[in-house]
Design a protein around this ligand. Structure first.
Ligand SMILES: Nc1ncnc2c1ncn2[C@@H]1O[C@H](COP(=O)(O)OP(=O)(O)OP(=O)(O)O)[C@@H](O)[C@H]1O
Length: 360
C-alpha cells in the first residue's frame, strides 16, 4: 500500500476530539505532506487552551500513522494564535521573517485595498502558467487596471526573471514589506525573499506562514486585481491560499495535450473542493505559426481545452499561440504582451474579457 494524503486522512479523521467531534469533522488538519517515510501536518486550533487539550489526539494520530507500512517519522505541529494586545488598524504585523508560524484566523480574509484575488493554477508543470500570469498582468495594466502579481511558486519562482525584477524587497519598519514594480505591475515573489541559490525545504507551517505574510504584510496598495502564480498541481500552497485569502476565483492554464488536460481536471476539482470558483480555462501553446511561411501547425493538438471547458460547464477564456518570442521575452524580463504582435493581441483580448466580466 502506498501511503498518501488520502490514506493519512482516512487513518486519523475518525479520532475523537475532547468536544465530541472527530478530527475529520472539525477540519483541523492543515499542510499535510507525505515524503518518503515521513508524514507532516499541522493541527490548527483557535486557542492555546484548545491546543493543550489536543495532546492525546496528537499522540493517538502519531500512534496510528507510525503503524502504517513504511512510515518511520510523524511530525505534528499544533498551532494556535498567540494572545496579543489589539494593535491600531493597519499596524499589526510580525517581523519580516519567512517561515513564521501562521496566525490562525476565522476564515479567508480580504486584503485591504485589493478588489479581486485571482489564482492562476495548472495541473502540471511547464504548461506556461507563469508565462500566462506575467503576460496577463502586463496586459491588464496596459488596459488601465491596477494590477499586482504575487509569485507563490515555491518550487521554481520564475516571476523575478519574467518580469525583470531583482533584489530583496525593502522593509523600512521591519514589519511591512515593500513590493517591487515593473511594467506597470506591482510584483512580489517568494523567490525575492530567499537568498540567491538557497535551497529551501518547505515545511507545512513555514509555507503557510510565508503565504500569509506575502498576502497580508506586503504593501500592495490599491489594486483592481492581484494575480497569484501558484505552483503546479494540487498541494499545500493552494490549500493555504484558499484558507487565508478571499480568492475571487481561479483560472486554469493547460496545453491541449490529453495528459495536461487530465491533470488540469484534478486542479479544477481541487479548487471546487476548496470553494474557490473556477473562472475559466486558458489553452496555452495552442498553435504554432511558422514565422517564415505563415503555416499554422498544432504541435500539441488544438481545441482540447475548449472542449474540456464545455464538458465541465466552465468558460473557455481563450487560446494563446506557441511562439519563440514568448520564451525569449520571458527570459529577458519583458513579457511579450508589452509589444503589439499576435500574442500581445491575444493577451489584450484575454485581459479585456476578464475586465468586461467584472474581474479587474
Ligand atoms: N506560448 C508559449 N510559446 C512559447 N514558449 C512558451 C509559451 N508558454 C510558455 N513558454 C515557455 O515554456 C517554458 C515553461 O513556461 P512556464 O515557466 O511559464 O511554465 P509553468 O507552467 O509556470 O511551469 P512551472 O510551474 O513548472 O515553472 C518557459 O521556457 C516559457 O518561456
Amino acid at each position: 500500500m502506498t501511503v498518501d494524503r488520502e490514506v493519512v486522512l482516512r487513518e486519523i479523521s475518525k479520532i475523537a476530539l475532547p468536544g465530541g467531534e472527530t478530527l475529520g469533522q472539525a477540519d483541523l488538519v492543515r499542510a499535510l505532506a507525505v515524503e518518503d517515510d515521513t508524514i507532516r501536518f499541522v493541527l490548527e486550533v483557535g486557542s492555546a487552551e484548545a491546543a493543550r487539550e489536543l495532546a492525546p489526539v496528537e499522540a493517538e494520530a502519531r500512534r496510528r500513522l507510525l503503524a502504517l507500512p513504511g512510515i518511520a517519522h510523524v511530525h505534528i505541529v499544533t498551532t494556535a494564535p498567540a494572545a496579543r494586545p489589539a494593535a491600531p488598524a493597519g499596524k499589526a504585523a510580525p517581523s519580516l521573517k519567512i517561515g513564521g508560524h501562521p496566525t490562525a484566523q476565522a476564515g479567508p480574509q480580504p486584503i485591504p485595498g485589493v478588489r479581486h484575488i485571482i489564482a492562476i493554477g495548472s495541473g502540471k508543470g511547464g504548461v506556461g502558467k507563469s508565462t500566462v500570469t506575467s503576460n496577463l498582468a502586463v496586459a491588464m495594466a496596459k488596459a488601465g487596471r491596477k494590477v499586482g502579481l504575487l509569485d507563490a511558486d515555491i518550487y521554481g519562482p520564475s516571476q523575478p526573471r519574467m518580469m525583470g525584477v531583482s533584489g530583496r524587497p525593502a522593509s523600512p519598519d521591519g514589519q511591512r514589506i515593500e513590493p517591487l514594480h515593473a511594467h506597470g505591475v506591482t510584483v512580489m515573489s517568494i523567490g525575492l525573499m530567499l537568498k540567491e541559490g538557497e535551497a529551501v525545504v518547505w515545511r507545512g507551517p513555514m509555507l503557510m506562514g510565508a503565504i500569509q505574510q506575502m498576502l497580508q504584510q506586503v504593501n500592495w496598495g490599491k489594486l483592481d486585481v492581484l494575480l497569484i502564480d501558484l505552483p503546479p498541481g494540487t498541494g499545500d500552497v493552494q490549500l493555504s491560499l484558499c484558507q487565508k485569502a478571499a480568492v475571487t476565483g481561479a483560472i486554469i492554464v493547460s496545453t491541449p495535450q490529453d495528459v495536461a488536460l487530465l491533470d488540469a481536471r484534478r486542479a479544477i476539482d481541487m479548487f471546487r473542493k476548496l470553494k474557490a470558483p473556477v473562472l475559466g480555462l486558458i489553452e496555452n501553446m495552442s498553435s504554432y505559426v511558422c514565422p517564415r511561411c505563415g503555416h499554422e501547425a498544432h504541435l500539441f493538438g488544438h481545441g482540447g481545452v475548449a472542449t474540456e471547458a464545455e464538458a465541465l460547464g466552465l468558460p473557455f477564456l481563450g487560446e494563446l499561440p506557441l511562439e519563440l518570442d514568448v520564451r525569449l521575452a520571458g527570459d529577458s524580463g519583458r513579457p511579450v504582451a508589452l509589444g503589439e504582435g499576435v500574442t500581445a493581441q491575444a493577451y489584450a483580448r484575454l485581459a479585456d474579457r476578464l475586465v468586461k466580466g467584472g474581474i479587474g
